[in-house]
Design a protein around this ligand. Structure first.
Ligand code: ADP
Ligand code: MG
Length: 346
């Protein structure tokens, strides 16, 4: 008799399905664990301030390609993606722990270059590097960073607090990081065919910066404080706007209407998209890696944000039964699909 358990392909579950399967039976044992799996960061209670903790893993060939990503930028970005998760809890990042697995192809100087980017981000954001682990790897480079942040108990924002009729808002502009990646990949392909070709990157500094050297919106956490705003829910945009909207809706048990013509796109994002025959809206919805913040506020807070160029209101929350829709410029409502990791991107 075949006693082997049936094996399921990971792609059948996708990233989020896999996480759910691995963590669904967790029973929290400590009263200091306020929030475990399921948000941008876990929330721990050790006194007046709450501590938030988040971790991210980057693997060579999956998350980055060293053909066109300089190691210093990689170090910087690896820190930023973690700080962004802390900001998404309305918290301020304070410490990081960095673990690396390195193969023999890297020199000491190369790893120092990686760390120069890590320290640059730490200095810019006022974060201390307090530990880590170093090990060898058979293939390439893997970086795992864990971040700890602080937030006053009553200020912490999760994904699950949105209410029907709340305004759905986003910071900055979207799709730039994705178009920057498309540009880098295009030029890399050209280079692979002809090593004498110089990359054509002029005029696209903004989208390249969005891809290679993103920033975490810690300034928004301070802005909320100054404006007297506590979002009802918040998430950072790492996987693309539509996926993050789905997370907020699912966790808050709501639906939502998002207006196509309100989604903020930079000029360079649109120009590159046009050049490559890509709909810039698709870059914004499914591209990811913008590390902007998506959040909801009650309508009563509208006056506080309406004149602030950092914020764009892109829609409003509805009852769950109404579903999650994109209202096109033409006025028709189409279901907003969440693209995820299992669709060929991270
Ligand atoms: P983000 O995109 O904000 O980094 P993820 O989608 O990676 O968030 O993770 C969602 C939630 O699942 C988080 O609470 C995270 O800590 C948790 N999580 C992710 N992977 C694992 C895992 N392998 N084991 C336990 N928890 C996990
Ligand atoms: Mg996140």
């Amino acid at each position: 008799m075949n006693k082997e358990k049936q094996q399921t392909n990971i792609s059948e579950l996708g990233e989020f399905g896999l996480i759910e399967r691995l963590t669904k039976d967790i029973q929290l044992k400590n009263s200091s664990t306020i929030k475990g799996v399921g948000d941008d960061a876990a929330i721990l209670d050790y006194g007046n301030e709450q501590i938030v903790v988040s971790t991210d893993l980057l693997t060579e060939g999956v998350h980055f390609n060293l053909m066109y990503v300089p190691l210093k930028h990689l170090g910087y970005k690896a820190v930023i993606v973690n700080l962004s998760d802390v900001c998404a809890m309305n918290a301020v990042p304070k410490q990081i722990v960095v673990s690396i697995a390195v193969s023999g192809k890297f020199s000491v100087e190369a790893i120092e270059e990686l760390y120069s980017g890590i320290y640059l981000a730490c200095n810019k954001y006022g974060v201390d590097l307090v530990g880590g682990d170093t090990t060898s790897s058979l293939t390439g480079l893997t970086i795992s960073i864990t971040v700890l942040g602080e937030v006053e108990k009553e200020k912490v924002v999760m994904r699950n607090g949105a209410k029907s009729n709340d305004l759905l808002c986003v910071t900055g502009d979207l799709g730039g990081a994705y178009m920057g990646l498309q540009l880098l990949e295009r030029e890399n392909e050209v280079y692979k065919v002809n090593r004498n070709m110089q990359p054509q990157l002029v005029g696209y500094d903004y989208i390249l910066q969005r891809q290679l050297r993103p920033e975490a919106r810690i300034d928004i956490v301070s802005a909320f404080k100054k404006l007297g705003i506590k979002p009802t829910s918040m998430i950072d945009i790492s996987d693309g706007l539509s996926s993050e909207i789905h997370h907020l809706c699912k966790n808050s048990n709501l639906g939502c209407n998002v207006f196509e013509d309100k989604i903020p796109l930079d000029f360079q994002t649109k120009k590159m998209a046009e050049e490559m025959n890509i709909n810039p809206l698709v870059a914004a919805l499914n591209g990811g890696e913008d590390y902007e913040l998506l959040f909801t506020i009650p309508i009563s807070d509208y006056e506080k944000i309406k004149n602030d160029p950092d914020f764009t209101i892109i829609g409003h929350m509805t009852e769950a039964i109404e579903g999650i829709h994109l209202i096109t410029t033409g006025g028709s409502a189409i279901p907003l699909k969440a693209q995820g990791w299992n669709h060929g991107k991270e």
